[in-house]
Design a protein around this ligand. Sequence first.
Ligand SMILES: [Zn+2]
Length: 190
Amino acid sequence: MVKRRKRLYRKARRDKLPRLIEKYGDRCFWCGHNLTPETMTIDHYIPLSLDGSNKTDNLRLACYGCNQKRGNAMPEETPEIIAEKSCIRFPSHWPQPKYHFGQLVKQGRIIGIEYQAPGTRRAFDLGKGWIYAVLLDDLGYDTDQLKESEIELPSLEKLENEINYEKSLVEIHQNNKTVLTEQLEESQHD
Ligand SMILES: [Zn+2]
């Protein structure tokens, strides 16, 4: 079922993206940032949950960030909501970074993002564009600086394993908390 939905979504995307790009340009409808096919999402102008339709005239292109921040807000209230939730802004002629803070990638977890503007010394040394500081292990000892082109996404299996691992930690902590709470209660009754 999920697979089928994904397929349908991909097909709708393929069909609709060219028309939307032609109509609105390849930029985010809300913040104006340039989008690439990988970073564009399809946004419902009037949200589906508020009876918006799936027809092209109710669709816009949006960056992932704006689409997420907006949630199910009506178009009139959207710019304000997006502005309130944005704490990181950068010039609109900079490309949108492909990855975001905290994201788990194959190499580790992204904890820093830095833009190397073309023509600067650092861009000369490190390569221009977005550079990501990646924490290579959970103990936080080692970080690496990676170019956007070097970043790879983790497999679905790895993501699922990570979630299961975190779940097991939650269980362990929950058990520890129960034991400690019981011990505290016992001591209070002594
Ligand atoms: Zn945007």
